[in-house]
Design a protein around this ligand. Structure first.
Ligand code: PLP
Length: 403
């Protein structure tokens, strides 16, 4: 049988057999054979409020009946876009920010890179173009984010990347300091995930993010936190910068902002970047996506933020983290895994190099638990509605799969 028409993302193009997901409720998804799985990855790091939430479905339905779609290029706006921007700005760890909207994390990252360079350009420093990024960083697949990624395998075969990106070893502050010493006057921004996600779930070394902030301040560069995974409650706070007490200039977000019910992403623009964009009243921002501020996507996000708040899910992430962390550490103690690393409700079991983590993933799937293989690790990023008992089942399943 030839593969079907759908060319799957992040999959072998010749693969034929995929699991057809047909239904989801809370932390559980069901395939077409009726088999149930605990969705311990919240799909792909995003379904914060769990599946099947009536509040979001109703908000989307109501919005679609009134106005399913309309653009927000000058002169248009719509209520859900204004509301979601306001809700996000109110929760951001920044003074008086504004919010630019996209449909995905990759677009958010490209937008943040463009806005950082643009702000320097408007501030009379067009030579400040360099983007400093990190090994193991994942910033999406469009050319800006792809170029800033620190996972070389993802860049293979795609030709020339965006120039002016310098990738540094993941936790190595000396390396970043030496890049600043050599290129400080041309650095536009540093981009970092507060906790690196797809690159293996690596929390920052103590003091690492603070030092990035200090270096950026010293050299007039912007600090971009890529909160596409860490944002909207994942670490037990609304944003990663708040969790670590470090103030970024730009925050990229996507995924958890709408729990993925309808795709939405964006950039929170802090006061320094904002001031430069607004400095010339005649300046016209030539950046935007057809679906920036899509009313139905924004209505989904407004409802999602309401659920996160009403159900106390940002707080709940901390308890999930304690359970997951304790569970994984007990497997380390039993010699079943090499390492437990994570923060909030974002964790990974680390294995010795060369371990077949795909086989572990498959064994867990057979037991009805969805986790994600990442080179030498198995990641967990469950919906924030997961129960204590379900967390325990995830840890037990990992233990069983490693036997
Ligand atoms: N940035 C981070 C930190 C991510 O984890 C991802 C996706 O996993 C992206 C950017 C790209 O987001 P998207 O896949 O929505 O384009």
């Amino acid at each position: 049988m030839a593969p079907r028409s759908f060319l799957h993302p992040y999959a072998k193009p010749v693969k034929e057999d995929f699991i057809t997901v047909v239904r989801g409720e809370g932390s559980t998804i069901y395939d077409s054979s009726g088999k149930a799985y605990i969705d311990a990855m919240a799909s792909l790091w995003y379904c914060q409020v769990g599946h099947g939430r009536a509040e979001i479905i109703d908000a989307v339905t109501t919005q679609m009946r009134a106005l399913a779609t309309y653009n927000t290029f000058d002169p248009w706006t719509n209520e859900p876009a204004e509301q979601v921007a306001e809700a996000i700005a109110q929760r951001a760890p920044m003074e008086d920010p504004r919010v630019f909207l996209t449909s995905s994390g990759s677009e958010a990252v490209d937008s943040a890179i463009k806005l950082a360079r643009l702000a320097h350009h408007l501030g009379g420093r067009p030579e400040k173009e360099v983007i400093v990024s990190r090994e193991h960083g994942y910033h999406g697949v469009t050319y800006g984010g792809l170029s800033a990624q620190g996972i070389p395998a993802n860049q293979d075969g795609y030709g020339s990347l965006v120039p002016g990106v310098i990738n540094t070893p993941s936790q190595d502050l000396e390396a970043v300091a030496s890049v600043f010493a050599d290129h400080g006057s041309t650095i536009a921004a540093v981009i970092a995930e507060p906790v690196q996600g797809a690159g293996g779930v690596h929390p920052p070394a103590p003091g690492y993010l603070e030092e990035l902030r200090r270096l950026c301040d010293e050299h007039g560069a912007f600090l971009i936190f890529d909160d596409v995974i860490c944002g909207f409650g994942r670490l037990g706070s609304w944003f990663g910068g708040e969790h670590y007490g470090v103030r970024p200039d730009l925050i990229t977000f996507a995924k958890g902002v709408s729990s993925g019910y309808i795709p939405l992403g964006g950039v929170i623009v802090g006061p320094d970047v904002r001031a430069r964009l607004e400095s010339d009243p005649e300046y016209f921002l030539r950046h935007g996506h057809t679906y920036s501020g899509h009313p139905t996507a924004c209505a989904a996000a407004v409802a999602n933020i309401g659920v996160l708040e009403a159900d106390g899910l940002v707080e709940r992430a901390k308890q999930i983290g304690v359970l997951l962390g304790d569970g994984l550490r007990s497997l380390v103690a039993d010699g079943m895994i090499a390492e437990a690393r994570g923060e909030g409700a974002l964790w990974a079991a680390g294995f010795e190099p060369g371990t077949d983590t795909y086989a572990i993933r498959d064994a867990m799937l057979a037991q009805g638990v969805v986790a994600r293989p990442l080179t030498d690790a198995i990641a967990f990023c469950p919906p924030l509605v997961i129960t204590d008992e379900e967390v325990a089942r995830c840890v037990d399943s990992l233990a069983e799969a490693t036997k």
